[in-house]
Design a protein. Sequence first.
Length: 479
Amino acid sequence: MGFTSEFNRRDLVKRAAAVGIVAVPAMSVLTACAGAGGGGGDKVEKGTKSAKNPLAVNESAGLDVVIFDGGFGDKYAKAAQGEYTKAFPKADGKVKLTSTQKIQSTLQPRFNGGNPPDLVDNSGAEQMDFGTLVSKDQLTDLTPLFDAPSIDDPSKKVRDTLRPGVLEMGQFGGKESWVLYYAYTVYGVWYSKGNLKKLDAEYPETWDDMLALCAKAKKQGIAGWTYPGKYPYYFPFSLYPFIGKIGGAEVLRRIDNLEPNAWHDPAVKTAFEAYYELYKKGYVLKGSPGLDHLQSQNAWAEGKALFIPNGSWVENESAKQLAKDPDFQLSVGAPSSYSSSDKMPYGTLWASGGEPYIVPKKGHNSEGGMELLRIMLGKKSSQNFIKQVSSLTSLNGGTEGITLPPGLASAQQALEKAGENIVNPRMQDWYVALQKEKIGVGAIGEMMAGRMTPDEAIKKIQKYADDTRADSSVTKYKR
C-alpha cells in the first residue's frame, strides 16, 4: 500500500473561490512550456557541501519561491523563509516569496521562457498538470533532498522522517521523486460528536448501524448525509476506502492501473449499492445535488446533516461555522464495516500527502529550493504549519507538545488506529479529468442524485476508464 494520494486539498474544484481548489489542470499550458528548450539565466554555482549544508547551497545566491495562496495561506512559508535566511545570512534580502491563486497563469510565461521559479507550491484551481511536467522533463528529481540528513536529526535521512507513502506519491512509474506533498490529509466521514450525542449515538462502525442511525435522525428532521453535489468527487473520500475495505487494497490498485473490468469487481458494486441506499431511503439532505463545497459544509456545520465526506482541511475551512457551536466536537470516522467478510478491518483509512511542491528543472537555484523544503520538513516549521492551519504535515510525528484542535486530534487518532491499513488511491493524481469530470460528476454525482442506478454508474465508469486506457495522448502510470 505504498502509494498515497491526495486529492490534494486544492486539487479539487471544491476550493474554487474560498480556498482555491479545482478545475481540471489545462494541458495546454504544460504542453506549451514543455517544449521550451533553453532560455533563462545561468544556474547559480553550487556552494560547498558540508554537514550544515548537505545540498551544497550557494550561500549568497537568491531564491525565488511561488506559493499558492489558498486555504493554507502563505504565513507558514514565510516563517520557513526566515529560517532559510538565518541559515544563509548572505542570502538575506535575496529571497523572493510570491503568493498567488493563479499558479498556471502566473507561471506559464516563465516556464515557456525557461525561467521558472526555484520552488513552486503547485496547487489550486490553476494547478499545473504533474503528468505533463514529468513527461516533458520540466522538474528536478528530489532524490538528493530525500537522501539528505534531516534538520532535526542528522543521523536520519529526510526520507526516513516522512509519513508512509509520501515519497512514493511523488513518483511516476520510476525511482525518481518529482513532487513533495507537504501537507498530510486524512479523508473520511466527518461528523460532530456533540450532534451524535444528542441522538444518544456514537459513530456507526457497521453499515447496518449507519442506516439505523440515519433512520433515527430522519425522524427528527435531520439528514444522515450531505455532500457538494456540484463537486461530487468528494464522495470518493469515503467511498474509495469503503471499496478497499470491502474488497481489499488490490481492488483500488487495479482501478488505478486502468485494468479491464476493474470497476466490475463485486466490492465496487457492494459499495455503490450501499451509498445508493442512502439516497433511496431519503437519508441525504434535500438539495445536496445543487450545493457547492462551502454550502454543503455550512449545512452540515449547522446540524442539518450528520455526516459529510471530506478531508482534514475542513476544520480550517469551516472554522467560523464550527466556532458557533462549542459542543460540536469535530471528528472523523473511517468507513463503516459492510460485513464480516470485508477484506480489511474497521479503521481502514484513506490518508495521503497534499499541498504538492515542485522544484522546476530550469530554476536558477534548485539546491536552494530543496533546502527550503528540508527546512519545512523540520519539526519547528512543521509545528508552525500545524498551529497555523490545523493540518498535519508529511513529517511523521512532529505533534509532540502541541494541543491539537478537535478535528486534527481525531484525525491523528484515526491514523494511529489504522496503523498499516491505509489505502492510497492514485486516480485523482494520475488522471484528473477522468476522476473529476467523468467518474465524479458524470457517474457518482448522477447516482447520488437518483438519476442513475449503481449498475448504470459502474458501467459508465468502466467505459470512461477503458477510453482513457485506449487514449494514446494520456500518459499511463502503474503501481
